[in-house]
Design a protein around this ligand. Structure first.
Ligand SMILES: Cc1ncc(COP(=O)(O)O)c(C=O)c1O
Length: 448
């Protein structure tokens, strides 16, 4: 392999792209024909050659405020010069407390306490551990089962893949955590195809939790974790009434409900958290991505007061929860997050996403009727286009679409199997929505 990709003429080590083993990537195909970006501003990436790429995926569902926003860049630069790192085990720094307060303030109900980590995967595992520990410290140590959902994605830690429902993410990794179970996913093409927003059909799929309780006994179940909208498996919005029903059943049996809002948090569905859109207060919310608009890694778990309080017992010199990450509440992440939250507030970006939702939905639905297009789903500023797979080679059409879009249309989106997933930064304007949809339309025509 000898693809040269050096833009630094003084480099002494040849960059043939081989050393970097890229995650969730077809490495050989990428390295044969790289999709490389080296600069970004607002709605666009730029290739090293200077070609503009419309960002149809907010990076990886994270750059909600758009790229390289001046105030975020300045906050990171200032903090880097002021204090690069400080531990948050037994010591602290003011920005971490401030960021936690600001994030908790955005969450509904008494979701008042924030545990920081660095990614959505760590947030998922942290929430699951808090759930188990909560039951242990409140005398309900038999509650150890974790319930996820088919087609769910909660990152790549062992906890996350255990409750996750994506087979390739699980199958090579042993027996995972013991005792987990899964709810059915909420998608049924026959009943939901081409629906805008939350589908009418599907709330009844929450009732499967009753069956899981009947099978395992409520006293063995610690928590249920779901994404309010399953992002990674193709933008599956929660059916109308589904999350409320899940909340009711969890309450009935003393099971904690965790919303994974790593994608849906920070405006993607037009609200700070999807919990607010759906009028449901979970016991914990996991977040990451949009909290810094993707500028510095940060994640976390917001927990309800009674959960935090349950740990605040015993001698006060004793550590209450044996969990945490070196970089929990990293100063650069906190500075980035505070600047990002200011920007969301000052530019009313969550409200903007809500106002844009119907315009976006109408625009994406104009592609309905394209040959080979099996479904379009949309909610908030998310849209997913299911293309018919090629016979014998599922996923190939999706890959070709991503390649075509990048190289020939100047568009970045996520391809998941043969589904095109679109989730632009919340600053997208109407003409850019039009451009995005046109590019997606031409891409579908090109690969069909
Ligand atoms: C819902 C959800 N949870 C967790 C994660 C994992 O986040 P990370 O890649 O930051 O570990 C993702 C990533 O896409 C996600 O979409």
């Amino acid at each position: 392999m000898s693809v040269a990709y050096d833009y630094d003429v003084t480099a002494t080590t040849p960059n043939d792209l081989e050393a970097f083993w890229m995650g969730f990537t077809a490495n050989r195909a990428f390295k044969r024909r790289p999709r490389m970006v080296s600069k970004a501003k607002d709605m666009h990436y730029y290739t090293p050659e200077g070609r503009a790429i419309l960002d149809g995926s907010a990076g990886l569902w994270c750059s909600n405020a758009g790229h390289n926003r001046d105030s975020i860049v300045a906050a990171i630069q200032k903090q880097a010069a002021e204090m690069d790192f400080a531990p948050t085990f037994q010591f602290g720094h003011p920005l971490a407390f401030k960021a936690a307060s600001r994030i908790a303030e955005l969450a509904p109900g008494d979701l008042d306490h924030v545990f920081f980590c660095n990614s959505g995967s760590e947030a998922g595992d942290t929430a699951l551990k808090i759930a188990l520990a909560f039951h242990a410290v409140t005398g309900k140590g038999t509650r150890t089962r974790l319930i996820g959902r088919e087609r769910g994605y909660h990152g790549v830690g062992f906890g996350g893949i255990t409750v996750g429902g994506i087979s390739p993410n699980r199958r090579f990794f042993g027996s995972l955590l013991a005792g987990a179970d899964h709810l059915p996913h909420t998608y049924d093409r026959e009943k939901q195809a081409f629906s805008k927003g939350e589908p009418e059909w599907g709330a009844e799929r929450a009732d499967a939790l009753e069956g899981i309780v009947a099978l395992h006994d409520a006293q063995t179940i610690a928590a249920v974790i779901v994404e309010p909208m399953a992002g990674s498996t193709g933008g599956l919005p929660a059916p109308k009434g589904y999350l409320k029903r899940l909340r009711e059943i969890c309450d009935k049996y003393g099971i904690l409900l965790i919303f994974d809002e790593v994608i849906t948090g920070f405006g993607r569905l037009g609200f700070p958290f999807a919990a607010e859109r759906y009028g449901v207060v979970p016991d914990m919310i996991t977040f990451a991505k949009g909290v810094t608009s993707g500028s510095v890694p940060m994640g976390g778990v917001i927990v309800r007061k009674h959960i935090y309080d349950a740990f605040m017992n015993g001698p006060d010199h004793v550590i209450e929860l044996f969990h945490g990450y070196t970089y929990s509440g990293h100063p650069l992440a906190c500075a980035a997050s505070l600047a990002t939250l200011d920007l969301y507030r000052d530019e009313a970006l969550f409200e903007r996403a809500r106002a844009m939702e119907p315009i976006f939905a109408d625009a994406v639905m104009t592609l309905k009727g394209k040959p080979g297009l099996l479904d379009i789903r949309t909610v908030g500023l998310v849209a997913a286009f299911d293309m018919a797979p090629k016979p014998e080679t599922p996923g190939k059409r999706g890959y070709e679409a991503m390649e075509h879009a990048f190289h020939d249309e100047g568009l970045m989106f996520r391809a998941t199997g043969d589904t095109i997933a679109v989730s632009p930064p919340l600053i997208i304007n109407e003409s850019q929505i039009g451009e995005l949809v046109e590019k997606v339309g031409r891409t579908i025509d090109a690969v069909m």
